[in-house]
Every structure is written in structure tokens, then in C-alpha cells.
Design a protein around this ligand. Structure first.
Ligand code: NAD
Length: 504
């Protein structure tokens, strides 16, 4: 097998990315697979940020006049380019973010799916017509694009999150400036190149409709604070959201925040345990526990806790850990050393709080001395401690017991985050209660499947410290538009609302 970094340039070439864009810059990009250098990307300076946003504003002024179904045609073409490049882009995601190949390909499929969704949406951006209280009057809603949409994304979905925002924002009539994670700019360069191919085939899309800004937090901050950016859609840690949210609010712009999760699965006595074990394994160790929707807490009825733990331990011991590009691997590396250290710190804290830890140690160190592969950890906890309440972005699954169903619900909700949740139960009352107002307080609540791997057709996002944003399917498109309420008088009178008289 060729060295990891030798795989890069043929992929980039096939996707139309010039090598000059990822060599010679100051942002060093390394593969989490073996720590080897993949490229050096140019970091945008403050004045380039301003120029980029000005150009995006110009692009918006043209694009907003293009009929939405034609805007959809551009996204249809992007979907075609993504279909053609699925294998290359999927491999690049594996190289740069360390996901196993089938998940890298799955991420591209998600992009294709959201493009299809947005194409249909481009003919369905509708408002309501509302009965007026005044004779000879009609009321209606009109939806208009916002302007420049800034997208800030995290390393773990290096391009799908952009596509969720981008496809919808573009059919809605906006222009987009994307600041990808500084850990995964190569996937962003490739996605932009694929968009440019689509734009070329489309013909008359404005030049600056889609642009990239590369850099770390400072570049994100410049985007967030720019007065011409109408919406900031930011995906990442709660720490980041705490900074971005108030900064956007300060200038009364809009924000769409997709932040950290601390997702739990409740296992009740009636659960189909075969199904539950499979569901838990994928959700807890898939993507090496680096999904915002990864299962981090298991809340198990005391009567089945020991037997379930034994089954999970067996499953964990059999997990193929290794090079994510090798067929059969299910667990790839952590993104970097800092991530490994925060995992080890969390495990030490859990031990100090009375937890019993299985797994969690570094493996494959000889083969990959500059990468961080770990055995996913299972931690039998006596209670939901501060460590359990905190999101550690690594494969740690805390196992907690419960005796009464109400207690299970209380534990599930007693964390600051509110992204995804699930119950495995064949008891209708328990399952329906879990979905009811008295049940899970998360944006996503599932029955008899895990917490991760959402489809694009639903609105995606969560409550509390997860930030409250919704992206992707359902009516999430409204976040990228502004609503105008219009009243039309087709009579010869001028009656005032609420019966007010003002006779002049
Ligand atoms: P991160 O918060 O470190 O970085 C995310 C992005 O924000 C990066 O592009 C970074 O440069 C930028 N950024 C950081 N501080 C900023 C600031 N002050 N102003 C503007 N931009 C700033 O997150 P990460 O380590 O890349 O990703 C992991 C985190 O993302 C986890 O907490 C995970 O749960 C979360 N996540 C959430 C979702 C979701 O949809 N809810 C999806 C994926 C990841």
C-alpha cells in the first residue's frame, strides 16, 4: 500500500484541485492516520476576509434575482459532480479526518441526498395566505433570501455540514462564505473545486457565489463580526458557540448554532438486546466516537445491566481498529494528540469518581507512532457525575443503572446538552412517554435505533447547550430566508385594523 500522503495528489488532481492551493501555505495539514504531512494551505488575512465578503455581497445582489427553480439547477449539477467524485472525495475525507472509508463515502452520499432535497425545495419555497379581518384585503407571506451566509464547520464532518447549509442557502438565493475547520481544509478545497465544475456547466452563476476562507479561530471571528454577513451557521463545540452566539447577537444578525451533544440511550427490560447491542456499538464507537450524535451515556435497567455490559465488552474486544482505508476496519484514529489527551483525562476523572474503566488505552503505537488509535472505552459509573455530564469528543461510553423509568428519563435529561437520544424498548407506554413532552428534551429522539446516523430529510439539531439550530430537512430552509408579511387592499375603502377610526 502506498504511504498515506502519497494517496493525496491523484485524488486532488481528479477532483480538479490545483496543487498550488495546498502547497506553500502556512497551515500545515496532517493525516490522523499516520501523522504525515498532507499539505500546506494558505491562511486568509483580514483584508482578504473583507474582500471575500464584499464579493459575496455582490454575488448575492445578482443571484437573488435568479428564479429559485433555476437556482435549484445549479445544486442539481453539484449533486451530479458529487456522484462522479464520490469515491475520491470519500477517500479524501478518510485521509484528512480519519473516518473509515464507508463513513467517508457515507458523508458524500449525505451531500448528494441534501442536493436532491434542495432541488425539490427550489420549487417549494412558499409562504401562507392569511385571512384578513378587513374587507377587500388580502394578507400573505413572502420569503426573501438573507444575503451573505457564513458557514463555520467542525473537523468531524469536514464537508457534509457545509453541503447541508450550502445547498439550502443557495436555492434560497443567498451567497455563501465557508470557513472550514483548520484541521480539514483539503476536503473543503476539493468540495469548492467540485462546486466550480458545477458552476461552469451552469453557465451564468456569479463568480463569488461560493467562497472559502481558510484559517483558525481568528478567521472565523472575522467572518462572525463582519457587518455584511446576515447569517452565521456555526457547527462545533459549545465553547465556540458561547463566543460566536453573543458576537452575532451584538450586531443583530442571525445565528444558527449546532454545538456539542451528550447523547444517551435508555435500555429498558423489554428491549430487544440483540438490536440494542448492534445499535449501541455503531453509535458509540463509529467515527471513533467523534460524532456530535455519538452515544456517550447508556442508561440501563438494573436487572439487565450486568448481562448487557458483558455483551458490550465482548463486542468492544472484537472491534477491528486500524487504518480507516483498509477494508474491514471499523474504528479509525482520533483526530490528534489533544483529543487523545482529553480522552485520557476524562477516563482518569471518571476513575476518581468511582468509575470502572474497560479499554481506552492507546494501540498500534509501533505501526503508527505519530497517530492516536485507541480502544474505545466502556465505563461502569456509580452515578452521573460532572465528568459524565461533560462532552469528551472521543469513544467513551459511560454506563449508568436505573430502577424506575422516571429516573431513567431524569438522568437522560440531566445534562447541559440536548442533541440526540434514544430508547430501546418494546413497551409502548415507555416508548411513547420517551417521545412525549414528559420524555426526552433533545432535538432528536429515536425508538429502537441508536443516537447517530440521522437522515437528511428531518430537521437536524438540538436544544440547550447544543444551540437550538436546525439544519438540513423539514422546514429548516426558513433559517436562510427572511419573511415579509404583505397586506394588499383591493377595495376603495381604507378600513383600519382593530376597528380603529382615524377620520380626516
Ligand atoms: P471547534 O469548536 O474546535 O471548531 C469548530 C469550528 O469553529 C472551527 O472551524 C474553528 O476554527 C471555529 N471556531 C472556533 N472558535 C471560534 C470563534 N471564537 N469564532 C469563530 N469560529 C471559531 O470544534 P471541533 O473540534 O472542530 O469539532 C468538535 C465539536 O463540534 C464537538 O463539540 C461536536 O459535538 C461539535 N459538532 C456539532 C455538530 C452538530 O451538528 N451539533 C456537528 C459536528 C460537530
Amino acid at each position: 500500500m502506498p504511504k498515506v500522503n502519497e494517496l493525496l495528489s491523484p485524488l486532488m488532481q481528479r477532483m480538479g484541485v490545483a496543487s498550488s492551493t495546498y502547497t506553500g501555505g502556512t497551515l500545515v495539514v496532517c493525516s490522523p492516520i499516520d501523522g504525515s504531512e498532507l499539505g500546506r494551505v494558505h491562511i486568509h488575512e483580514q483584508e482578504e476576509v473583507t474582500k471575500t465578503i464584499d464579493a459575496a455581497q455582490q454575488a448575492f445582489m445578482t443571484w437573488r434575482h435568479i428564479p429559485a427553480p433555476r437556482r435549484g439547477e445549479l445544486i442539481r449539477l453539484l449533486g451530479e459532480e458529487l456522484r462522479l467524485a464520490k469515491s475520491d472525495l470519500g477517500q479524501l475525507i478518510s485521509l484528512e479526518a480519519g473516518k473509515v472509508l464507508s463513513e467517508g463515502l457515507g458523508e458524500v452520499q449525505e451531500m448528494i441526498d441534501v442536493c436532491d432535497f434542495a432541488v425539490g425545495l427550489s420549487r417549494q419555497l412558499y409562504g401562507l395566505t392569511i385571512a384578513s379581518e378587513r374587507p377587500g384585503h388580502r394578507m400573505m407571506e413572502t420569503w426573501h433570501p438573507l444575503g451573505v451566509v457564513g458557514v463555520i464547520s467542525a473537523f468531524n464532518f469536514p464537508t457534509a455540514v457545509w453541503s447541508w447549509n450550502f445547498a439550502l442557502a443557495i436555492v434560497c438565493g443567498n451567497s455563501v462564505v465557508w470557513k472550514p475547520s483548520e484541521k480539514t481544509p483539503l476536503t473543503a478545497l476539493a468540495s469548492q473545486a467540485l462546486f466550480e465544475r458545477a458552476a461552469k456547466r451552469f453557465g451564468d452563476a456569479p463568480a463569488a457565489l461560493s467562497q472559502l476562507l481558510v484559517g483558525a479561530r481568528e478567521v472565523g471571528e472575522a467572518l462572525v463580526n463582519h457587518p455584511k454577513v446576515a447569517l452565521i451557521s456555526a457547527t462545533g463545540s459549545t465553547r465556540m458557540g458561547r463566543e460566536v452566539g453573543p458576537n452575532v447577537a451584538r450586531r443583530f444578525a442571525r445565528s444558527l448554532l449546532e454545538l456539542g451533544g451528550n447523547n444517551a440511550v435508555i435500555i429498558t427490560p423489554s428491549a430487544d438486546l440483540d438490536l440494542a447491542v448492534r445499535g449501541i456499538l455503531f453509535a458509540a464507537v463509529g467515527t471513533a466516537g467523534q460524532r456530535c450524535t455519538s452515544t456517550r451515556r447508556l442508561i440501563v435497567h438494573s436487572s439487565i445491566k450486568t448481562s448487557l455490559l458483558e455483551r458490550l465488552k465482548k463486542g468492544y474486544q472484537a472491534l477491528p481498529i486500524g487504518n480507516p482505508l483498509t477494508a474491514g476496519t471499523l474504528v479509525g484514529p482520533l483526530i490528534d494528540r489533544a483529543s487523545f489527551q482529553s480522552m485520557q483525562q476524562a477516563l482518569a476523572n471518571a476513575r476518581a469518581e468511582g468509575g470502572e474503566v474497560f479499554g481506552g488505552e492507546r494501540v498500534l503505537q509501533e505501526q503508527f507512532p505519530h497517530a492516536y488509535f485507541v480502544k474505545p472505552a466502556l465505563v461502569d459509573m456509580p452515578a452521573q457525575t460532572d465528568t459524565v455530564r461533560h462532552e469528551t469528543f472521543a469513544p467513551i461510553l459511560y454506563v449508568l443503572g436505573y430502577d424506575h423509568f422516571d429516573d431513567a428519563l431524569a438522568i437522560q435529561n440531566d445534562v447541559p446538552q440536548g442533541l440526540s437520544s434514544a430508547i430501546f424498548s418494546n413497551d409502548l407506554r415507555e416508548a411513547e412517554t420517551f417521545l412525549s413532552v414528559a420524555g426526552s428534551d433533545c432535538g432528536i429522539a429515536n425508538v429502537n435505533l441508536g443516537t447517530s446516523g440521522a437522515e437528511i430529510g428531518g430537521a437536524f439539531g438540538g436544544e440547550k447547550e447544543t444551540g437550538g439550530g436546525r439544519e438540513s430537512g423539514s422546514d429548516s430552509w426558513r433559517a436562510y430566508m427572511r419573511r415579509a408579511t404583505n397586506t394588499i387592499n383591493y377595495s376603495k375603502e381604507l378600513p383600519l385594523a382593530q376597528g380603529v377610526r382615524f377620520d380626516v
